[in-house]
Design a protein around this ligand. Structure first.
Ligand code: ZLM
Ligand code: CA
Ligand code: ZN
Length: 400
């Protein structure tokens, strides 16, 4: 893999603070921070870092975080420790732990050692990436440690504490009139949607498994398209694509190409932010889709092609992903897509990386078969067409 060089004509930057890798949500928690170490090892094992500007950005400051989040919440995150949490909120301490009534913390969002530093590192990387795009020092900026789309203004939710995506979009909005946000995590991008619900300067599109009351977070039905009030600028500036279990590469690409093709034509964004949650892959511990690495990567390829063609900046972020080796495979492949080297990488995995034995058992390939056998595709042609019709109708009311 000596052949990978800097792509001519456009610049790709990789924003990664290795200090994020030090933190742990807890032994049994599905969010494994070492998936980021594994991702980095694969990217570097393929020598792809030579084709990018590599930054190790500083932690986000409390002031930067306060651009979106409530100050009392930021203060709480910065002082809470596993030891003092029970003392601070004795009335809420329970035999099993602590109530999620306090700023959303609980089993999904535990208080672990160094929590705030962890948040500040992944958020700092997204803010840095957005700034490099705004300053035109980069054309495609990557932060695989970010993409934590559920965090609310004053509350943690779904493994997310600080919403680095909102912070990055706010940074882009200082120079860009229209930002398109696309979310391919298997979960609904509710925190980002909520933050920009009432503006036409951010258009949010999320593809997700939807089963109200059953699948987290339970929001994002097809008819949730922005505020109802006719005078609200955010009206029609949200698209939700609710999906059933088992969607395949082919059906997902069909929907993605149609929806994002139509949104880009109508809305004419000046920048794109793509959240690449890898829990939409087949075999994910929490997910239920049947996407392969290449099916997932197709969405990244679509955005790279569009942004290259129209010279628009692209911010690419991580997100969920609970089968760590596949997360690393997906994000390494998607890095190769961003640097224009997808056809150059050897599908046989590189020699030097952690978890070599486990990878070997899976065939030592970047593209294992993840489709097909856990659940069948429960999305019918009628389901897909209903989505297409709804999006087509909605976009009649959208002008960039
Ligand atoms: N219980 N431990 C996706 C965020 C998904 C809410 C059901 C907590 C889990 C899950 C945590 C070890 C993104 C819910 C779950 C148990 C209420 C969710 C800790 C297993 C464990 O074993 C576990 C004690 C934990 C959490 C499973 N939580 C699975 N699914 C979701 C949140 C985040 O990918 O979109 C972006 C990064 N939470 O379903 C409960 C309703 C809390
Ligand atoms: Ca999503
Ligand atoms: Zn997710």
């Amino acid at each position: 893999q000596q052949g990978i060089e800097k792509p001519k004509g456009y610049r790709v930057s990789w924003h990664h603070n290795p200090l994020v890798e030090r933190y742990h949500f807890g032994q049994l928690h599905p969010m494994k921070v070492w998936r980021l170490t594994l991702t980095k090892s694969l990217i570097m094992g393929y020598n792809m870092h030579h084709a990018m500007d590599v930054y190790s950005p500083p932690a986000a400051t409390k002031e930067e975080i306060a651009a979106f989040h409530k100050e009392d919440y930021v203060e709480f995150l910065s002082v809470a420790t596993p030891k003092n949490i029970a003392e601070m909120y004795p009335e809420l301490a329970q035999p099993t732990g602590y109530s999620s009534a306090v700023y959303g913390v609980g089993d999904d969002c535990p208080i672990f050692d160094g929590l705030f530093e962890y948040c500040a590192y992944y958020s700092g990387a997204s803010v840095d990436a957005a700034r490099k795009l705004v300053n035109q020092q980069s054309d495609v900026a990557l932060n695989w440690t970010g993409g934590l789309h559920h965090a609310k203004k004053g509350e943690a939710s779904g493994f997310c504490y600080i919403n680095d995506i909102v912070l990055a979009i706010l940074e882009l909005l200082t120079h860009h009139p229209r930002v398109l946000y696309i979310d391919i995590d298997v979960h609904h991008g509710d925190g980002v949607e909520q933050a920009f619900w009432s503006t036409d300067r951010v258009f949010c599109v999320s593809f997700h498994k939807y089963d109200k009351e059953v699948f987290f977070p339970g929001t994002g039905p097809l008819d949730s398209t922005g505020p109802i009030h006719p005078d609200n600028p955010g009206r029609n500036h949200t698209i939700n694509v609710p999906l059933n279990d088992g969607i395949t590469d082919q059906d997902y690409a069909y929907l993605f190409d149609y929806v994002i093709g139509a949104v880009t034509r109508h809305y004419d964004p000046t920048a794109i932010v793509l959240q690449c949650g890898a829990d939409s892959l087949g075999h994910d511990r929490l997910g239920c889709f049947n996407l392969n690495i290449k099916g997932h990567g197709h969405c990244v390829q679509f955005c790279v092609d569009y942004c290259t063609k129209f010279k628009k900046p692209l911010l690419v972020l991580g997100g969920g992903g609970y089968t760590p080796r596949n997360v690393a495979r997906a994000w390494a492949h998607e890095t190769s897509v961003c640097i224009g080297a997808a056809d150059l990488v050897d599908p046989t995995l590189p020699e030097h990386m952690p978890n070599r034995e486990a990878f070997r058992r899976e065939g030592m390939t970047l593209f294992p078969n993840l489709g097909g056998w856990r659940t069948q595709n429960l999305n019918t042609k009628a389901d897909l067409d209903k989505i297409i019709r709804s999006v087509t109708e909605q976009l009649k009311y959208v002008r960039g």
